[in-house]
Design a protein around this ligand. Structure first.
Ligand code: NCD
Ligand code: ZN
Length: 345
């Protein structure tokens, strides 16, 4: 049995860091293990201009623990008012790595997202010209569409037409949750990648709803049936270059999650790598963990893998706190439901 594993320092290609006291509380959990992260722009108000992104990056850098080896990669929140030239200049001078598309109303803090895709055509065309990635929250918001079908319907109604209308646009389908998402990426070789979260590799919809309602397993896109989870595990452990880790670690205080209308988001930053090592080991694919966590995403974004490495060691089940106390309040840590034997040195 393999007992230690050294891999390139991982990157997180989809992460929520928030701001203020919450940022200061959660950032060390990511910076401990990850070299870089694509930082989501859904603050209130959202990060919409290059100047907003640079100011947010500076707040993140100021919140980093001493000696941390972590670089935030910033994103811009696409709105119908976004200026193509502001976006292009920010990409070309390195202050922004990608643009994030939220369909209006799809998820937490997405009210300023896109309603009319004709209004963002200029931005998308400019991005295709310069090779700048578009990160997509792939769910329709039509109230007529069942929440468990919203990803599959998005692919047909929005994603595929959008990609056809914008040849050369590089798209990341974020946090895919269905075999439809996996199949779409598998069938389209050019200019497409997908992130997969840790929790969608581990939970299905029963975890949320069977035997009691469990708000700490509620996130968007919502976890689907077991057959979809299995398809995600296959994709993540396949070594296919188009699939990479985006934890979507999305902290909310317990108070915000445990109410009668709890918000969406799972906080997995503290134990994500231990969860993934356990999962890849169970699939007999530990040798492909590095591709998923540390190589594929960097390649898609045109970056070198991190030079530094981390070592995972197999040992007794790990003790980790159930909640992280942040200055904004306690945040529950993702519980995979099985013991975690892999410790990150
Ligand atoms: C995210 C959040 O809380 O910001 N929530 C979530 O359930 N994933 C938003 C998002 O990425 O959809
Ligand atoms: Zn997210």
């Amino acid at each position: 049995m393999i007992r230690t594993l050294t891999i390139r320092r991982p990157d997180d290609w989809h992460l929520h860091l928030r701001d203020g006291a919450m940022l200061r509380g959660v950032l060390p959990e990511t910076a401990r293990h990850f070299g870089r992260a694509i930082v989501m722009p859904n603050l209130v108000p959202p990060v919409v201009t290059a100047a907003d992104a640079v100011a947010y990056r500076d707040r993140i850098l100021a919140a980093l623990p001493e000696g941390a080896d972590f670089t935030p990669l910033m994103t811009l929140y696409l709105t119908e008012q976004t200026d193509p030239e502001d976006v292009a200049a920010a990409y070309q001078d390195g202050s922004v790595a990608a643009v994030k598309l939220y369909p209006a109303g799809a998820t937490t803090n997405s009210a300023s997202g896109v309603r009319d895709f004709d209004k963002v055509r200029g931005v998308l065309d400019r991005m295709a010209e310069i090779g700048m990635p578009l990160c997509v929250h792939g769910e329709v918001t039509d109230p007529e569409v069942d929440i468990f079908d919203r990803e599959a319907v998005f692919i047909d109604r929005v994603l595929d037409p959008l990609r056809r209308a914008t040849p050369g646009l590089r798209v990341v389908m974020e946090h895919i949750t269905t075999s439809d998402g996996v199949a779409y990426v598998a069938d389209h070789h050019k200019d497409i990648g997908a992130t997969i979260t840790t929790h969608h590799l581990i939970i299905n919809r029963n975890h949320i709803l069977a035997g009691g309602i469990r708000p700490h397993y509620y996130c968007l896109p919502v976890a689907k049936r077991e057959k979809h989870r299995i398809a995600l595990v296959e994709a993540a452990t396949s070594g296919d270059r188009r699939f990479f880790l985006g934890t979507d670690s999305a902290p909310h205080t317990d108070a915000a999650k445990q109410g009668a209308c709890g918000c969406a988001g799972i906080f997995s930053a503290p134990n994500t790598l231990s969860c993934l090592a356990e999962l890849f080991e169970a699939a007999d694919r530990l040798d492909r963990l590095e591709r998923f966590t540390s190589l594929n995403g960097a390649e898609f974004y045109g970056l070198k893998p991190n030079a530094a490495t981390i070592t995972l060691t197999r040992g007794d089940p790990m003790d980790y706190p159930e909640t992280l106390d942040t200055g904004a309040g306690p945040v529950t840590v993702f519980d995979p439901g099985f013991p975690l034997h892999w410790h990150v040195a």
